[in-house]
Write a protein that binds this ligand. Structure first.
Ligand SMILES: [Zn+2]
Length: 176
């Protein structure tokens, strides 16, 4: 993704958190505009066409006082449709991209950590996490391998950050 897109998106999100977009009909008969889906308080009442032939029907494309901005008129059905799809797809991609990239901020049980550059035989198999009864600070309990021997070991939050900064830890797939 381009840097400019990321910046523009972040600015828009600050203005309004990821709305879902819809096609709207403003001054013509055709859906040539777009706007965020209406979630206004009076949306249900205002969007209802009571005398619609065959019974009351919700006006999905209409624009009323309750409808959020920005409302964008493109004067083109294809461009309006394209922009709606683009904006909704972008919000979806953003949501799915965020979840897997969330990096753990501490050792994870079931993982063994190593030094990827192989300068030492250091390894740490994290078995569980325990927290300080008062401060809640985490301690990782497990086994450390160093100089050819395994021994029981505990690492605190400071230890993990040091390794993170040095980029000295790689994660071997563990049981999930
Ligand atoms: Zn509305």
């Amino acid at each position: 993704m381009s840097e400019n897109l990321a910046k523009a998106r972040a600015a828009a999100r600050a203005d309004q958190p990821a709305p879902t977009w819809r096609l709207i009909i403003t001054d013509s008969e055709s859906p040539t505009g777009l706007a965020p889906v209406c979630t206004g308080e009076r949306s249900d009442a205002l969007h209802m066409i009571d005398d619609y032939p065959g019974g009351p029907q919700r006006d999905e494309d209409g624009v009323y006082d309750c409808c959020p901005w920005p409302q964008i008129e493109t004067y083109s059905t294809v461009w309006a449709a394209y922009l709606v799809e683009l904006l909704n797809a972008d919000a979806g991609e953003e949501a799915s991209a965020q979840a897997p990239t969330a990096t753990p901020d501490f050792f994870q049980p079931g993982h063994t950590y190593t030094e990827p550059d192989g300068t030492t035989d250091w390894r740490f198999r994290c078995d569980s996490i325990t927290t300080h009864p008062e401060t809640g600070e985490r301690t990782a309990l497990g086994w450390r391998h160093f100089r050819g021997e395994w021994s029981e070991y505990a690492y605190g939050e400071d230890n993990f950050e040091i390794h993170q900064i040095a980029d000295a830890i790689s994660q071997e797939g563990g049981a999930r």
